[in-house]
Structures are given as structure tokens and as C-alpha cells.
Design a protein. Structure first.
Length: 123
């Protein structure tokens, strides 16, 4: 249980720092930023606590998220060097990559369930 709490605190801190920096792109109203980040931290905490066991059964989903971040980073670097990257490309890549790894995880989960049902002794 302490490891889940530590993990949750790291996620909260990450989203809070990122959220504050990103929020200034939309508004300079500090109370609005505090409200938005507080609400966002609460939602992230509830989703994490409620779904951590459910998400862990999808073996490759974390890899999909990491590859998605890699592609987003590549698009940002390309944009930083002046290459034109269409705005639809980054969400499309994210949906495709995460969707592929979700499909791969689901397929592996189904195969594991079939294999384990075949190993049951018949008397």
C-alpha cells in the first residue's frame, strides 16, 4: 500500500507542475489556475486509485504510453527546428500507438485465459 501512495504522490506532483505551467498559456488568473489544478489533481487521484488493478492486467499498455510520449517528443522537436507538423498528426499517433498496444495486451490476456483454461485437470 505505501508504494501505491508514493506512486500517486509522484503522479500528482507531475501533473500539478505541468498543469501550472500549461495553465498560464490559457489564463493569468491565479485563482482559476488553482481551482483547475486542484480539480485535476482530485480527478487523477480518484481515477488512479479506482483503476490501478484493472489497468495492470493489460501487460503492454504502459509501453504504448511510453512510445506515445516518444512520438509526441519527436513532433515537438521537429516543430522546434522549424519543420511543419500538421496539428492532427500528434493525437492521431497517440490514438494509434496506444490503441495498438491495448489491442496487443487484450490479445495476450485472451491467450493467457485460454491457456490457463486448457491446463485445468479433467477428472
Amino acid at each position: 500500500m505505501p508504494s501505491k501512495i508514493s506512486y500517486l504522490e509522484i503522479i500528482d506532483a507531475t501533473f500539478s507542475i505541468d498543469g501550472v505551467i500549461g495553465a498560464f498559456a490559457f489564463t493569468l488568473s491565479v485563482p482559476l489556475i488553482i481551482l483547475g489544478n486542484g480539480l485535476g489533481a482530485f480527478v487523477v487521484r480518484e481515477l488512479t486509485i479506482g483503476n490501478i488493478e484493472r489497468i495492470q492486467k493489460y501487460m503492454y499498455l504502459k509501453n504504448g504510453a511510453m512510445y506515445s510520449i516518444l512520438f509526441l517528443g519527436i513532433f515537438m522537436i521537429m516543430d522546434g527546428f522549424g519543420y511543419h507538423v500538421p496539428s492532427f498528426l500528434s493525437p492521431l499517433a497517440t490514438v494509434f500507438v496506444v490503441g495498438y498496444f491495448f489491442y496487443k495486451s487484450k490479445k495476450q490476456l485472451t491467450t493467457t485465459e485460454i491457456d490457463s483454461s486448457c491446463l485445468v485437470k479433467h477428472e
